[in-house]
Design a protein around this ligand. Structure first.
Ligand code: ADP
Ligand code: MG
Length: 374
């Protein structure tokens, strides 16, 4: 799929933008703080209705404006889709082909985008919340049920936590009601965990081959899902996972009531990256972290393709100059002719241009974009 044209209104430092993109490679050059990341963030937002760098949509509205608008036409192999989003300080609205979508989970997935930025280094060594956010963003865009269960989970988790708090300060004592909430939450948790296990298995096999190519077969990467309910195994079905979550709630009950919060479940789960059977979290060098996160991004491209029969749009924010020639060329070989790619960079140095075929080059300055010719 590719994004053919794109319009922004009062998004970050873009007051008004109307632009056509090349179906293959688009390169944006400009000094710092001109809007390069803002542009990629906008494209990502059009796909996922979420930013990769903030949870507060308000930040995306141009200073002094009341709302922001994004619009774009996506070409897929069989059809074209028009996407539109409008952001206000009180929330967002979404349209697909001019029809308003009451549920964002019905909107997300029309367009798939994968973003790779220097912050992705944190995927390996950062906090578990970064890896959960990664799974939620990536799996949410390929499976609308995943997104749906995620939002259900957040709601019921909050209810259960509130009730545990009440129990902890002895403002409540109805354990039957806790059982009702536990049962509900475990059911949703099992749906999320089973999907995470399934997608991580697929991601693992794609990432492994990408990684072995980039590292020159020197190292073996493995990715495992690490559930906080330790009894859960990758072979469990939804029902078994549900039973194990319930058992874990029962076991943790006194602790949960004392602490007033839910101690296990998808909101506490994590991922392990192993290099040659050792946990990369503990020892991976910057270079190894970079290779792992790059391999994971390349694996996502394959995963999206396997599940949707379309290649996602690839957004590379300031990463080319961070990669050596070898990694740049394996990246570009991997995506060549498959994905529409957006690359930002402050300067052309350090990029092996001979491997980028006929890119469209734009200059970006203070929220305005011009092509070389104009
Ligand atoms: N809501 C906003 N309204 C107006 N300008 C913004 C907003 N958010 C960020 N900016 C501006 O965007 C610029 C940073 O753009 P960014 O895309 O991150 O730069 P870079 O080109 O280095 O990637 C800064 O000048 C910042 O003040
Ligand atoms: Mg930037």
């Amino acid at each position: 799929m590719y994004l053919a044209n794109f319009e922004l209104k009062d998004f970050r430092n873009f007051e008004e933008l109307k632009i056509n993109f090349d179906p293959h490679v688009n390169i944006f050059i400009g000094p710092n703080a001109q809007g390069k990341t803002n542009l990629l963030e906008a494209i990502y937002f059009l796909a996922l209705t979420r930013s990769h760098r903030t949870n507060s949509d308000k930040e995306l509205i141009r200073f002094g404006s009341k709302f922001a608008g994004l619009q774009g036409k996506v070409h897929k192999s069989q059809l074209e889709v028009e996407l539109k989003l409008r952001l206000t300080p009180n929330g967002k609205k979404a349209w697909v082909n001019r029809l308003e979508q009451k549920k964002l989970s019905a909107y997300v997935g029309q367009m798939n985008a994968i973003l790779f930025s220097p912050e992705d280094l944190a995927l390996v060594k950062g906090a578990p919340s970064i890896r959960r956010r990664f799974m939620d963003l990536e799996f949410g865009q390929i499976n609308s049920e995943y997104l749906y269960f995620l939002s259900q989970y957040r709601q019921v988790l909050q209810q259960r936590n509130n009730y545990l708090k009440q129990l902890s300060i002895k403002k409540a004592n109805d354990l039957v009601f806790l059982d009702v909430l536990s049962d509900q939450l475990a059911g949703i948790a099992a749906e999320i965990i089973s999907r995470r296990i399934k997608y991580i298995k697929k991601l693992n096999s794609y990432a492994q081959s990408a990684h072995s190519e980039i590292s020159g077969q020197a190292e073996k990467l493995q990715i495992f899902y690490r559930p906080s309910v330790k009894e859960i195994t990758p072979d469990d079905d939804v029902e078994t996972i549900y039973q194990k979550v319930i058992t874990s709630y029962k076991k943790n009950r006194p602790n949960e009531i004392r602490k007033g919060t839910t101690l296990s479940g998808p909101h506490r789960d994590d991922l392990d990256f192993l290099i040659n059977d050792k946990n990369a979290h503990d020892f991976a060098s910057q270079g190894q972290q970079r290779t792992i996160s790059l391999s994971v991004k390349l694996a996502e491209i394959q995963l999206v393709h396997e599940l949707t029969q379309e290649y996602p749009i690839l957004l590379l924010d300031d990463v080319m100059s961070e990669l050596d020639h070898r990694r740049q060329s394996s990246l570009l070989n991997y995506i060549h002719g498959k994905t529409q790619t957006f690359i930002t960079t402050t300067d052309l140095e350090g990029i092996s241009w001979e491997i980028v075929k006929e890119p469209k080059v734009y200059h970006i300055s203070a929220g305005t974009i011009s092509t070389k010719e104009s």
